[in-house]
Structures are given as C-alpha cells and as structure tokens.
Ligand binder design. Structure first.
Ligand SMILES: Nc1ncnc2c1ncn2[C@@H]1O[C@H](COP(=O)(O)OP(=O)(O)O)[C@@H](O)[C@H]1O
Ligand SMILES: [Mg+2]
Length: 354
C-alpha cells in the first residue's frame, strides 16, 4: 500500500458508487443481484438501464467522537454506530481493511445470509438502502436474485429468501425472487426465446440454470467459486487470500502457461471449480426426468466476476466438451457485461411482471 492515510480518506473518483440521483427519483421496476461479494441494482435510467454497485462487506472500527466526525464528513463512506464500534460498510470497506490490515467481514457466505455473523442482516439492510430507492407507486415490482439451494441448505435458502422478501415488501415493493441462472438467461438469451443455460460464477458460488421458454427445468449451485479459489491458492502458496484476490483480478490469463507458483495454483483451482460445476450440471441434467424434448442445441452463457479472466470461456468449453453432456450444446459465450448480467436479468423479469 503506497498511499498515505490522508489520501485514503479522500473520495476515490473512479470507484463505482451508488447512483444517488437515480436512487432519489424512484418510480420504476428494480432488478437486484444480491451476491456474496457485491450487490448490484439495475433500473431504467433515461433510455438505458443503469446499474449501481455496492461491495457486500463491512468492517467495524472502534468508536470515538473524532473518528465519527471525520467519517461523517466523507459523504462516500457509508457507516452506522453499533455500541462501541462504527461499522463501515459498502465500497469504502476495502480501503479501511487495507488501512487497518484487517480482513473484511461479509454479510453473506456461500450465496446465503451468513449465519455466523451477528451484524450480517443489519448491514445488508443498510446496503440495500443505498441501492434501492423508495418506490413512487404502490406495489412497484422488484425482482431479487437467489441462488439454487445448495444440497443440504434448503432450509437456509428459505430463510434467506423470506428475509429479503419481507424487508423489500416492508419498503413498499412487490418483491419477487428470481433464480440467479434464470436471471442470466433473461438478460442474455432473449434472442433464443429465453431457452438455454445461464451460468453465473461469483464469489461464494456458481449457479447454473437450464430453461425452456423462460421456464426453468434444472437449477444447480455449487459452493465453490472466487472465494474458494482465493482461499485455496492462499493456503497452497502461503499468501493472504486478500492478496491472491488482488493478483487474480489484476489480469489472470488462463490461456497462458503459468509463470510462477501462485499462477500455477490459480490455474489448478480454476480448473477444479469448472470441473466441479460442469460435473454437477452433467449429473443433474442426466438425472432429470421429463426434460422438454427439443431438436435444437442449447446455447450456454457465462456470467459473474469469476468468469472474467481471459481464457475462462475456453476452459469451460474444453471441460464441457471433454465429457458427454446429456443435451446438445450449440455455443458457449460470455455475457455482454458479466458483472451486471444478473441484475439486468432480474430487471427484465421485474418489467415483465408489470
Ligand atoms: N477481473 C476479474 N478477474 C478474476 N476474478 C474476478 C474479476 N473481477 C471479479 N472477480 C472475482 O469475482 C468474484 C465476484 O464476482 P461477482 O459476480 O461480483 O460475485 P457475487 O455474485 O458473489 O457477488 C470474486 O471472487 C472476485 O474476486
Ligand atoms: Mg452474483
């Protein structure tokens, strides 16, 4: 870290901040991607769809009147008081974590509200408040993404979904949950009549959904994605997961032979995640009874932050084509904007509900 603390306290102009204006105006259907690493909202902004992003993380710092006042003067630092602490949340969290050399806290783990974090829900509520405006009209539609239930965690998913729905309904929305893979299909496969496979590889998990004419037939999730890669690589080479994450995001290239031990480990765990995901998709598709008959091959679209490195698409295609897949696949392509695809898809789903 080369910046001085002084610089760290200042606004970072390039950072994605919630679109305050958009949030103030209200009055349109909302799409919300509630992800383990990031929460993204999508709404109509003029002619286009505008997305706002907030890091789904927080960090408590010790309360003192001076600290509180200093933080209050920085409009871009979201925070609230919690007893002896000030809780910093959202996109400013990473800067504070670097400053105090501490790990960030997460409101969610493996795609669901984090049961072992006392502040998980109070913080997530605040994060949503920065991204979702008060609705102008009664019963405005809001669609929020939920993962497919990880095996054995069905009850936890019910809790996660109901908690979000109740909160958003109390805020005045007609809130509906949409499966994450299906949201990707909504945003990327309109030209295929919402028929195909939507895949989202995020921080906490990978989700995949196979749908015919927008009706989901198979929904799977695996609790292995970006966070797992950071942790596993860190353990293998003796680095902090946070540092692995930074190196990974800086420009991992999966098409190139690894240049050092860390890159080698990144390749190994990337392959592991993709193999686990493809095997799960294959197994659940073979198992499915009553799959609609189709003589057309299905497209696959890849989205999510973990799908971003160069060569990810090729790795996925190689892994999938390397074994027999129960349905014929026409093409495998990247989402137009992998980081906002789920939120945009949820937004489209919300507009259809109007
Ligand atoms: N350019 C990138 N290269 C590699 N990984 C990335 C990149 N950008 C984000 N990620 C990773 O993607 C994950 C977050 O993806 P995202 O789709 O935002 O997740 P979530 O749905 O869990 O909120 C994190 O593990 C992050 O490290
Ligand atoms: Mg996501």
């Amino acid at each position: 870290m080369t910046e001085t603390n002084d610089q760290l306290w200042k606004a970072q102009p390039g950072e994605p901040e919630p679109l305050e204006e958009l949030v103030k105006t209200g009055g349109h259907p909302v799409g919300l991607d509630v992800g383990t690493s990031k929460v993204v909202s999508a709404r109509r902004g003029g002619k286009d769809v505008a997305c706002a992003v907030q890091l789904n993380a927080f960090i408590p710092v010790p309360y003192s009147p001076v600290t509180e006042r200093t933080i209050q003067q920085q409009s871009e630092i979201h925070h609230f008081r919690d007893g002896d602490n000030i809780v910093i949340f959202g996109s400013a969290t990473e800067r504070f974590a670097n400053m105090f050399n501490a790990e960030t806290h997460r409101t969610m783990a493996d795609g669901l509200i984090n049961p072992s974090e006392k502040l998980a829900w109070p913080v997530l509520e605040q994060i949503l408040r920065t991204l979702v405006p008060k609705p102008r009209a009664a019963n405005e539609v809001l669609a929020f993404s939920v993962p497919a239930a990880p095996p054995g965690k069905e009850a936890q998913l019910t809790y996660h979904e109901a908690t979000l729905r109740k909160h958003l309904q109390a805020g005045g929305y007609r809130a509906m949950a949409i499966n994450e893979g299906l949201a990707v299909i909504f945003s990327e496969l309109e030209d295929h009549n919402f028929t195909g496979i939507g895949v989202s590889c995020g921080g906490g998990m990978c989700n995949a959904t196979l749908a015919f004419l927008s009706i989901p037939s198979i929904m799977v999730s695996v609790p292995k994605a970006g966070d797992f890669i950071d942790r596993a690589v860190g353990e293998a080479v003796g680095e902090h997961a946070t540092r692995v994450k930074a190196i990974k995001e800086e420009g991992l290239d999966l098409t190139r032979a690894p240049r050092d031990k860390l890159e080698k480990a990144l390749h190994i765990y990337y392959e592991d995640v993709v193999e686990t995901l493809v095997d799960t998709m294959r197994r659940e598709t073979s198992r499915a009874e009553n799959l609609p008959k189709t003589d057309r091959a299905l497209p696959i679209v890849l989205a999510g932050g973990t799908a971003k490195p160069r060569g990810f698409r090729e790795l996925f295609e190689r892994t999938l084509r390397g074994r027999k897949f129960p349905v014929e696949i026409s093409e495998i392509r990247m989402a137009a904007d992998p980081l906002t695809s789920t939120a945009r898809g949820a937004h489209i789903a919300a507009m259809f509900e109007k």
